[in-house]
Design a binder for this molecule. Structure first.
Ligand SMILES: Nc1ncnc2c1ncn2[C@@H]1O[C@H](COP(=O)(O)OP(=O)(O)OP(=O)(O)O)[C@@H](O)[C@H]1O
Length: 257
């Protein structure tokens, strides 16, 4: 996947439809995602935000009875084609979940996990990647003296930053974040938001959030989903000041439903 050949859109999603059995969860979604920006997805519970996010690295491909049609173009290729190498795709498109989910292993082994899967064995190389990833998430100073300690001994906020470091260790291009702060206290949330701001220098970030202030604070563009449809997608400042669709306005002003 030679991503240098891309235009400013790192993902170009066209007419994406997804069904869970009979349930039509994504309906004709067109969604360009720009490089090195933070794109936020907002919308009421069950509108398809997580489903859309997971489609970007085909996390939902394994679910029985899922049918996906349309195009999810990444690095110039439609990843919905059956030939897509999922391990390779997820090296480029990493994911961080709602609740930090470190493996029951040491801090070091958690971060080294991805590089090892991709065949990196030399300790010196692994050390470099682990240190770099932990520095990138501003966790290095907090853990450098206990790299062999269990990751599950870290605080919730530290665990989430560790999971971000784990995702970054394979040097992805895109980081998908599914409500990454919903289980965190305000200070840990602020740290992750600051981190997102710094990470966008190097990475493209797509974040699902229920917190509209968070979307307004961290993202460049915001997409509003409703019942499986992408209703509006624009610069975040526009979505929150002058939304074009009355349904977007109702949602962001809390008048929804
Ligand atoms: N594995 C699954 N099997 C069947 N239906 C599913 C599955 N995952 C999600 N759905 C359904 O698809 C729809 C969209 O779900 P999704 O999780 O994408 O919404 P969401 O906007 O992320 O919601 P939330 O904000 O509550 O996380 C919902 O109706 C949900 O019940």
């Amino acid at each position: 996947m030679a991503i240098q050949t891309l235009t400013r859109n790192i993902f170009d999603v066209k007419d994406l439809n997804l069904w869970y059995g009979d349930h039509h969860a994504l309906k004709g979604v067109y969604f360009p995602i720009q490089k090195k920006e933070v794109t936020a997805m907002i919308g009421p519970s069950g509108c398809g935000k997580s489903t859309f996010l997971k489609t970007l690295n085909l996390m939902n491909k394994m679910i029985p009875n899922v049918k996906i049609t349309g195009e999810v173009n990444f690095a110039g290729q439609n990843i919905l084609h059956s030939k897509t190498d999922l391990v390779e795709l997820r090296k480029h498109v990493g994911m961080v979940f709602q609740k930090g989910n470190p493996f029951p292993q040491s801090i070091y082994d958690n971060v080294a996990y991805g590089p090892r899967i991709h065949g990196i064995k030399k300790k010196k190389h692994l050390d470099e990647l682990v240190i770099k990833a932990l520095m990138d998430v501003a966790l290095w100073n907090e853990v450098k003296d206990r790299l062999n300690a269990p990751a599950l001994g870290l605080s919730g906020g530290q665990q989430q930053r560790l999971c971000i470091a784990r995702a970054l260790a394979t040097k992805p291009d895109v980081l998908l974040m599914d409500e990454p702060t919903s289980a965190l206290d305000p200070i840990s949330t602020l740290k992750i938001e600051e981190l997102i701001f710094e990470l966008k220098e190097k990475y493209t970030i797509v974040i699902v959030t229920h917190n509209m202030q968070q979307a307004a604070r961290v993202s460049d563009r915001t997409a509003f989903f409703l019942m499986g449809e992408l209703i509006e997608f624009a610069e975040t400042s526009k979505i929150f000041s002058t939304p074009k669709d009355s349904r977007t306005e109702d949602y962001i002003t809390g008048r929804f439903g």
